[in-house]
Write a protein that binds this ligand. Structure first.
Ligand code: NAD
Length: 722
């Protein structure tokens, strides 16, 4: 029997195989055709149930099933919520009918099953994966959603509340087959698809009466259910990590998952399943999931497909990369390259300094081995790819160079001069400068067309973003090669045009300045830090300033002011600058010195805010509303990003969104700086109205750029490629 996306085949032994195979695309997704097919297939199974002895769920695609249809999910509104709920329930009732058919059902997973894909598999009585199957898990929470296709209800019943929440549902973790088996969402892992089908048939033959544990009379959820009393006493790990991670930030999905799991644990399966659908519907109709789907699915996917890469040049794979400077950044860059299989020549002033840089990789690998995340064999192979040296001639044959010496233009130009005759004649020349204009630097380097900025973030092994900065003379070939390299090492590129502070440093500068300005205005420093956390920022502005170091911030400000003067432009007043100068005068430049806005102990561990702070910057009697503090942070960065777009520093909305979340900690629930404006209450005009209020109360930093006014007038949003 054949439906639009599912083929049913009954074999001689009366086992029916359902092959999920959507002919309209490369993956199976939960679209209308699938829903119709599932209904037809289920009807057929129910009708023929007396003639069959078992069901196999398989897929003809590389991934078992790709999951929910996100294009459709992000279109759900409060007006269409009921319809969405009904559709979700219909699909779930079909899975439930298969689960309770009265014959054993086995899912054969030879490809990844995430989200909705895993939910289909959970309706089977047994899940058998192949060793190379890919990944399993519920990433929904990272998109502001919850697994509403039975994922919450079934995992709670399979694993118990605590494990379901902490291990599977709460953080959106993805598991390789063996890990998934350990966690308990996969039952068996076998070498390949043939072995999996064989194992499935054997299991069917041996378990003719298979039923789900929750369909057996007297079933109790493993570990029991909370009978009254505070939930946090029952599942402390999840609530503690929620409180720690979110600090009151407006992410609704983790709370909805918690509520659906706990409420669902007190009632029967079908009621629990309806509760779960209701919470999913609420999340889908809300703004946060739309923001997160935009950034973490659509924007990210576009970047991975090369949205900001020139399409002309052929793809290029780096094979041997020279890294100049084996300090904090150079050592991290070398590690990331070697991890991706690229050979690295790591050069510093002498062999010993370079060797020290290589030791950094060794340290990371030792930790990974200790945690069971790597093996000695893999570590040795990675280390063998890094050649430390003090000799420029050792860069012979490198197809790419990444410079990460001190932030000194003359030194940077000198080190490029030393190696340029040794490397391949068409080698791409990259600098990891965080502040120096690329076009200026390129003038002192031969071959400016091959020269480009490649701005990594610290710590390099953890930070996913790389900001590519295009100089005035950088060629398309160079940009394409840099883009390919970033993807090759598994990181995420955004592309910006050369300008002071590029995109990320410029925008985060407005965030720290706003915080320090508020301190000068008399905002209570404790409220200031708390408001940033509550808005969803990972750290407050006083903490981040201490980390960055106030002396560095002072140097950057002075350099910027000098440059403005040299260009004959006005130098704006800087209340933040005054705060920085005062703190430096007090001998409190930041964490490295053990003293900044916070106190630090001998080991550098952060303590409380320095009590002397409120003597230097007295707390005003009348405090501004907490919402104003939060919105001053969110708005000042969003408006600066619009200016970057207006000036052509940014050319892509997706790059702005992803760059702000991955590079500078803009809250993920907003979907990024420009999606925040799209999704603001009342849309772009609502945002503009609120910016007007902030401008009136707090200054012209909140003036609305013309580009944004024009968009409002034309009724447009911030979107790429439409
Ligand atoms: P660092 O001081 O840790 O390392 C600089 C290294 O360059 C040192 O090991 C030094 O010995 C080496 N060096 C100096 N002269 C050299 C020469 N002639 N040949 C080879 N090596 C030489 O500095 P870092 O923090 O790694 O920063 C390096 C670059 O990266 C700077 O341009 C910085 O602005 C930029 N950057 C830093 C960060 C950060 O968070 N630290 C982030 C992004 C970009």
């Amino acid at each position: 029997m054949q439906t639009e996306t599912i083929t049913l085949r009954k074999d001689d032994d009366n086992v029916v195989t359902l092959v999920l195979d959507d002919p309209s695309g490369s993956a199976n997704v939960m679209n209308d055709a699938f829903r119709r097919s599932l209904r037809e297939a289920t009807d057929w199974l129910v009708e023929h149930k007396d003639e069959i002895v078992g069901v196999l769920l398989t897929s003809a695609k590389k991934t078992f099933f790709a999951g929910g249809d996100l294009t459709r999910l992000r279109e759900v509104t409060s007006d269409t919520a009921d319809e969405f709920f009904t559709g979700a329930e219909a699909m779930k009732s079909d899975l439930r009918r298969i689960e309770t058919l009265g014959v054993p059902v086995v899912a054969v997973l030879a490809g990844s099953a995430l989200g909705g894909g895993l939910e289909i598999a959970l309706a089977a009585h047994r899940r058998i994966a192949t060793e190379g199957a890919g990944v399993f898990g519920f990433p929904e929470v990272t998109l502001g959603l919850l697994p509403g296709g039975g994922g919450v209800t079934r995992t709670v019943r399979m694993l118990g509340l605590a494990d379901a929440l902490t291990k599977v549902l709460g953080e959106g973790k993805q598991f390789r087959p063996e890990q998934a088996r350990e966690v308990g969402i996969i039952d068996d892992v076998v070498p390949d698809q043939d072995a999996a089908i064989q194992a499935a048939r054997t299991w069917i033959a041996e378990h003719p009466d298979a039923v789900q544990p929750w369909d057996v009379k007297g079933f109790r959820i493993p570990g029991g259910t909370p009978a009254g009393g505070p939930i946090k006493d029952f599942i402390p790990a999840f609530t503690a990590s929620l409180t720690k991670q979110l600090k009151g930030a407006p992410y609704d999905a983790p709370y909805a998952i918690l509520a659906a799991a706990v409420e669902g644990s007190q009632v029967d399966f079908d009621t629990a399943s309806r509760i779960e659908s209701r919470y999913l519907t609420q999340l889908a109709a809300g703004q946060t999931s739309k923001n997160m789907i935009q950034a973490f699915f659509f924007d990210l996917q576009a970047i991975k497909k090369g949205s900001s890469r020139p399409s002309g040049p052929a793809p290029r794979q780096a094979r041997k990369v020279g890294v100049l400077g084996a300090g904090m950044m150079g050592a991290g860059i070398a590690y990331s390259l070697a991890k991706a299989g690229v050979d690295v020549v790591l050069k510093d002033v002498d062999d010993a300094a370079a060797e020290k840089g290589k030791d950094y990789s060794k340290g990371l690998l030792d930790k990974a081995i200790a945690r069971g995340r790597s093996t000695q064999e893999k570590a040795d192979a990675l280390l063998a790819r890094i050649t430390p040296t003090g000799d420029p001639a050792a860069l012979a044959g490198c197809d790419t160079v990444i410079e990460a010496v001190f932030e000194d233009p003359a030194l940077k130009q000198k080190v490029f001069g030393e190696i340029v005759d040794h490397v391949a004649p068409d080698a791409v020349l990259c600098t990891n400068t965080s502040t120096l204009p690329i076009t200026e630097l390129a003038k002192g380097v031969q071959r400016p067309a091959d020269f480009i900025g490649l701005h990594f973030f610290s710590p390099v092994d953890k930070m996913q973003l790389v900001e590519i900065i295009v100089g005035a003379e950088t060629s398309d070939e160079t940009l394409a090669a840099a883009y390919d390299l970033v993807l090759q090492i598994g990181k995420t590129p955004i592309v910006v045009q050369d300008s002071r502070g590029f995109f990320t440093s410029r925008v985060i500068g407005t965030f720290t300045n706003e915080g320090l300005a508020m301190l000068a205005e008399g905002v209570n420093p404790t409220s200031l830090e708390r408001a940033a956390r509550q808005a969803g920022y990972p750290v407050g502005t006083l903490q981040i300033s201490d980390e960055l170091n106030l002396e560095l911030m002072q140097r950057i400000r002075k350099a910027t002011e000098d440059a403005l003067r040299a260009e004959g432009q006005p130098v704006p007043e800087s209340p933040a600058g005054t705060v920085i100068d005062t703190m430096i005068e007090q001998g409190r430049p930041g964490r490295k010195a053990g003293k900044g806005f916070y106190d630090y102990d001998q080991a550098g561990k952060r303590g409380d805010l320095w009590p002397g702070l409120t003597k230097l910057f007295p707390v005003a009697e009348q405090q501004i509303p907490l919402d104003d503090i939060k919105e001053r942070f969110l708005f000042v960065e969003a408006l600066e990003s619009v200016r970057c777009l207006e000036e052509g520093v940014l050319t892509s909305v997706g790059d702005a969104n992803i760059g702000s979340i991955f590079g500078i900690g803009y809250p993920a629930w907003t979907g990024g700086v420009l999606q925040f404006i799209n999704g603001y209450n009342g849309g772009l005009s609502g945002f503009v109205r609120r910016a007007g209020e902030l401008q009136k109360s707090y200054g012209d930093r909140f003036a609305v750029p013309k580009l944004l006014q024009d968009k409002v007038a034309r009724g447009e949003r911030f979107e790429d490629g439409v």
